[in-house]
Write a protein that binds this ligand. Structure first.
Ligand SMILES: [Fe+2]
Ligand SMILES: [Fe+2]
Length: 352
């Protein structure tokens, strides 16, 4: 299944409010044993937790979906048995279709961030002239509601604005590494998308605040040394495959509660574009792996094991704010978990 198809399924589930997550749960048995029956697998797996991020509890299992001999190397990586040069213990990995539930509150960085030495960079909201004619209804909003909405949309606008620079850097990286015209073109379209996202978010923030809000100067991180395929792949996996894929989940969570037509139109546009950006990130990692081979794959695998979740910003439970695009905490957590399990984990397995 492609990343886009997995994302579409996840978005549909977020919008309809389905509260459990479909995925796979795996058991390993000795090489010479056969996979347990459905009933035995269910007895062994139901109630256990999986080691994905966020942590999932297995509620039920169904049929066997894969039965493979794999090598567990000394680092704990799994390899297909025909992976030449890999040594380790051979075991049989039996994976079953499973329904799971997220166990604890965890999220991840959202969107393609602009990073400087591991720190996320954004401008201060001191500027103007970043706006559109998007004007939400202000009817029935208290001063307090309007202030909360202005803050939330300003925060999103600043992140979208920083993403413009993140894509500008990506375009340069792709050129430096000899990427295809198609990838460079898609990255430059994404850059333009982020300008539009930022302007539309600032337009909403300005309408709620009753004064113009826009980004000031963006503190630009120094250009780093020579780019390598490995760095491109690892950063694209972390910032794009994870960050932008989770952005799709967040946008779907926002859309689920939003009723204001202008807000819905802004979020719908962001959701559509972020799905493209997520697919681009997966395609860039695949391209870098095809160019760089096993060395690049290993680096992505290592990064996939290391990536640690951070808590998402607190969200409102106030229905008035939800109508204007601030989703509830529970919906955000569920959406992030669904995409982490249903899209990022299986797509990463396929890449590696
Ligand atoms: Fe965006
Ligand atoms: Fe994006």
């Amino acid at each position: 299944m492609t990343v886009s198809a997995r994302l579409q399924l996840a978005v549909a589930a977020i919008l309809t409010g389905c509260s459990t997550i479909d995925g796979t749960a795996c058991l390993t048995v000795a090489e010479e044993e056969s996979c347990p029956s459905e009933q035995d697998a269910s007895d062994a797996l139901v109630g256990t937790t999986t080691c994905t991020t966020p942590v999932q509890k297995v509620l039920s299992t169904r049929g066997l979906v894969s039965d493979d001999l794999v090598i567990f190397d000394p680092d704990g990586d799994t390899h297909p048995v025909d992976d030449t040069g890999t040594t380790g213990e051979v075991q049989r990995q039996c994976c079953y279709r499973a329904t799971m539930k997220e166990l604890k509150n965890s999220g991840c960085t959202i969107g393609r961030p602009l990073m400087d030495d591991g720190r996320m960079v954004t401008a201060e909201p001191t500027g103007e002239d970043w706006t559109t004619d998007d004007r939400p209804s202000l009817r029935k909003l208290s001063d307090e509601d309007r202030a909360a909405l202005a803050d939330a949309w300003q925060e999103q606008g600043l992140l979208e604005h920083a993403s413009v620079a993140a894509f500008a850097r990506l375009v340069l990286d792709l050129l430096e590494l000899g990427a295809t015209a198609e990838l460079v073109d898609r990255a430059s379209i994404a850059l333009q998308d982020e300008i539009r996202h930022a302007a539309r978010c600032f337009a909403l923030a300005s309408a709620y605040a009753g004064r113009e809000i826009g980004p000031g100067p963006l503190p630009m991180p120094a250009r780093r040394g020579r780019r390598t395929l490995t760095r491109l792949a690892v950063e694209s996996w972390r910032e794009g495959c994870v960050g932008e894929t989770l952005s799709v989940a967040l946008a779907a969570a926002q859309l689920r509660g939003a009723t204001d037509p202008v807000v819905r139109d802004v979020i719908t546009g962001i959701l559509r574009d972020e799905s493209e950006h997520a697919q681009l990130a997966w395609d860039i990692v695949a391209w870098a792996q095809a160019q760089g081979g096993e060395r690049v794959k290993r680096a992505v695998r290592r990064e996939a094991r290391r990536t640690v979740a951070t808590a998402p910003p607190p969200r409102a439970t106030n229905p008035t704010l939800m109508a204007h695009g601030i989703p509830s905490d529970a919906v955000v957590r569920e959406a992030l978990a669904r995409v982490a399990t249903g899209v990022i984990a299986p797509s990463t397995d396929e890449l590696c």
